[in-house]
Structure formats: C-alpha cells, structure tokens
Design a protein around this ligand. Structure first.
Ligand code: PLP
Length: 428
C-alpha cells in the first residue's frame, strides 16, 4: 500500500511544495498531508483506507456533503453532450436567473472560473466605474491572489499597503489601503482623508480566512453608509459566505445590500466556478455591453453550471439553513463545554453553516491581531489529535470550519467524543 507520506514525497518532486494550493500542505502541522482517494457524504477516505469526518468540505463548496448524488447526476446527464462549446448555452441563463432570484442585490451576473477571478473583476469594475484607483480591504481578509488584493496590513488606519508577496509591484499595492476588520472608526478616518480617491471597499462580510470572525453589529451597515457618502462601490466577497451563512448569503443574514457581490465555492457545486454580479448600472459597464473588459475561455462551462444549479436548487429547500445552523451550534456548544471541563481555554464563533475554534482566553475574537494572538501550538496539537481520531479539520488555526447537511447527529457526537479525549491531553 502506498502511504500518504510516500505520495507526498513523490508529489514534492514536480509540484511546488507537493500541492496545487498552499494550505493543503499542512505547513506548521509537522506532518505530511493526508492524500484522499474518495469521499462520500460527510466522510473523506484516505489512500490508506482511513475514514475521516470532514469539516473542510473542499474548503466550503460541498454544503450537502461529498459526492452528492443529485449534483453528480446533473453532471452525468450532460456529460455526453460535450465538455465545452465556447458559445452561449441555455444553462448559463438558468444559472444567472437562479443567482439573481436568490440574491436580490444582483440584477446581472457574469460567471468566471474561481473566486480570485470574481474579486479581481469586481475590483476592476469598481475602479472603471468610479475612475478612482484606491481600494480598501481589511487585515486578515482573503480575496484570492490577484495583485491588488495580496496586500498585507500596515499599522494604523491610513497606512498604505505594501506587497505581501514578492512579485506584486509596489506601485500597484500602494493603491490598496488595509484597515483593521470590525473597526468602523478606522474606515471613517480613512475616508475622511482619502474618500474621493477610493473606488471601493471589498470585505468578507463574515471573515473566514482568519478563522471565523462575524462582523460586529453595525460594521457592515457602517461600510454601506461610508460608501454611499463618498460615491464608492461596496463589494461583498461572498465567495465563502454566499449560500452558506444563509441562502441569500451574509447580505441576507445581516440585511445590508452591497453594490457588487463576488461568489465562488457553493455556486459551482464542487466544480471550478466563480461569479460577480450587482446592480444593472454597474454590470452594464462590463464588456461587451460596456468598456470594462473581462473574459474567460471556459467561463460558464456547462458541466460546472449543471453542478452548481443542482446544488443551489437543493439548498433552496425551506429549513435547510436553519438545520445547518443548528448542527453548527451543537458542535460549537459541545466543544466549548468539553474544553471547559478539560480546563482548556477555547471559544467558538459561528455564522450559519461556518464556524471557528479559537484557543484563547479572550471572550471574543474580532480582528486579525486578536486571531493571531491565539495559541497556535495548542491548535496544532488539537488538530493532530483529532486527525488521529478520524476527524479532519482545516490544517491551520486561521481557517474556518464548514458543516454540511450530510453530517448526522451521530457524526457530531463522534466528533465531540473525540474532542473530549484530545482536549484531555492538551493541558499535559
Ligand atoms: N474570497 C474568499 C472570501 C475566499 O475564501 C477565497 C478562497 O478561499 C477566495 C476569494 C478565492 O477563491 P478561489 O480560491 O476560488 O480563487
């Protein structure tokens, strides 16, 4: 039998770090990543035959579990018709109608191939529409790896960005202003100084890339007001939160309407799909209708549309998100109770179908500085212990967890029993 460790060694010979996306490498976890052979429902099965209860769900898309027969069936039904035509197809219109119906802030939508493309295109549209160059983003929010958005935080509200990756031109990064998440005063101060230069704000309406950090009560509403006052475009990056925090995304959950929305993950049902959409006024400026260029050879791919539509139709079922949220609450409350009993400082935060586990004595975590102050080594030991117990958590203290409707009460109980055993070892 070939082990994960052997496969990883082979992979490292010709793939940088052995992976096609960095977080899969288990960096910092002090072991090789698990190589998965197949998955079904709530479970992953690795190449060595071990089963795991999965709380990653391919990083969010698989909200009804792995290998959902309805999603696979929809893809299978179209497979023999061909993989791609490079022409318009009726199924793309069906997808657009579905998205616009589920998210009333979206009058028109353009399909792309990833979340990165969605945010990159939305930024270009905001800049093209306003004729301004500056973008505001928040520390610890991740919007994919396009140049304008790969900018780390500076200190202080008005600090201009600097590249966080070699290869991002400083002359481009200087147009990205990075502010602390959940800090409306910093946003107001920034706009007071630079407001008429700012094309837009891009925000994860629930931050899911520095663990799980919901917005404070008036944060999103405050962003809306500031954008309105300065003629800037408000972009919600709902790549992670869309169709997960609520059917209509975080914008439905918190009742704040953005000008543009970026989608990914669930919208593709597990296939490589993203989308950006918003008001008719903005979207009519996208080529070929308007001058702002955006394109994609495989965008709107019929098989990917079939998968996404099947999944969206399925999760529109009334009560789906309430039930998902209840599962998350059971897991989070159970973890907190067991941590308390074990004398381990642990809190959870959650929004709908996503959650975060923080090893900290803080009562809540609201921003990047607080998230990075949590105990990463205790997380690592918890992660490794849970993996050993057959529970697959994201291999980083800065990633959110994802629940699916395939997780049963028994799966959650098994997870909590495992957590009880692992937490008992953490104080030692
Ligand atoms: N935006 C958010 C909020 C994300 O979480 C991600 C990926 O995790 C992206 C954008 C980028 O999406 P993709 O990895 O599909 O390019």
């Amino acid at each position: 039998m070939t082990t994960s460790a052997q496969l990883f060694e082979q992979a490292c010979r010709h793939i940088p770090g052995g992976v096609n996306s960095p977080v899969r490498a288990f960096k910092g976890m002090e072991r090789a990543p698990v190589f998965i052979e197949r998955a079904q429902g709530a479970y992953l099965y690795d190449v060595e035959g071990q089963r795991y209860i999965d709380y990653v769900g391919s990083w969010g898309p698989l909200i009804t579990g792995h290998a959902d027969p309805d999603v696979l069936g929809a893809v299978r039904d179209r497979l023999d018709d061909g993989l791609s035509f490079g022409t318009p197809t009726a199924i793309e219109t069906r997808m657009a109608e579905l998205i616009c119906d589920i998210m009333p802030s979206i009058d028109m939508v353009r399909m792309v191939n990833s979340g990165t493309e969605a945010t990159m295109s939305a930024i270009r549209l905001a800049r093209g529409h306003t004729g301004r160059d500056k973008i505001v983003k928040f520390e610890g929010n991740y919007h994919g790896h396009s140049d304008s958005l790969l900018v780390k935080a500076g200190s202080g509200a008005l600090t201009h960005g600097e590249p966080s990756s070699p290869g991002v031109p400083a002359s481009l990064a200087e147009h990205t202003v990075t502010l602390p998440y959940n800090d409306l005063d910093a946003v107001r101060a920034c706009f007071a100084e630079l407001g008429d230069e700012i094309a837009g704000i891009i925000v994860e309406p629930v931050a899911g890339n520095m663990n799980c950090i919901p917005p404070q009560p008036d944060f999103l509403k405050g962003l809306r007001e500031v954008c309105d006052a300065h003629g800037s475009v408000l972009i919600f990056d709902e790549v992670m939160t869309g169709f997960r925090v609520a059917l209509g995304g975080a914008q439905a959950h918190f009742g704040v309407t953005p000008d543009l929305t970026c989608l990914g993950k669930i919208v593709g049902g597990g296939m490589p799909v993203g989308a950006f959409g918003g008001t008719r006024e903005l979207m009519e400026q996208v080529s070929p209708l308007g001058p702002i260029y955006q394109a994609g050879t495989l965008a709107g791919n019929p098989l990917a549309m079939a998968a996404g539509i099947a999944l969206l139709e399925k999760i529109r079922e009334p009560g789906f998100h309430d039930a998902l949220g209840e599962r998350v609450a059971t897991l989070c409350d159970g973890l907190e109770a067991r941590a308390e009993a074990a004398g381990v400082d642990l809190i959870t935060q959650r929004a709908g179908g996503m959650f975060g586990v923080f090893f900290t004595a803080q009562r809540r975590v609201d921003n990047f500085a607080q998230a990075t102050a949590c105990d990463a080594d205790t997380f690592r030991r918890f992660f490794l212990g849970m993996l050993e117990e057959g529970v697959y958590l994201a291999p980083s203290p800065f990633e959110a967890g994802f629940m699916s409707s395939a997780h049963t009460a028994a799966d959650i109980q098994t997870t909590l029993d495992a957590a009880e055993r692992v937490l008992a070892t953490l104080g030692q």
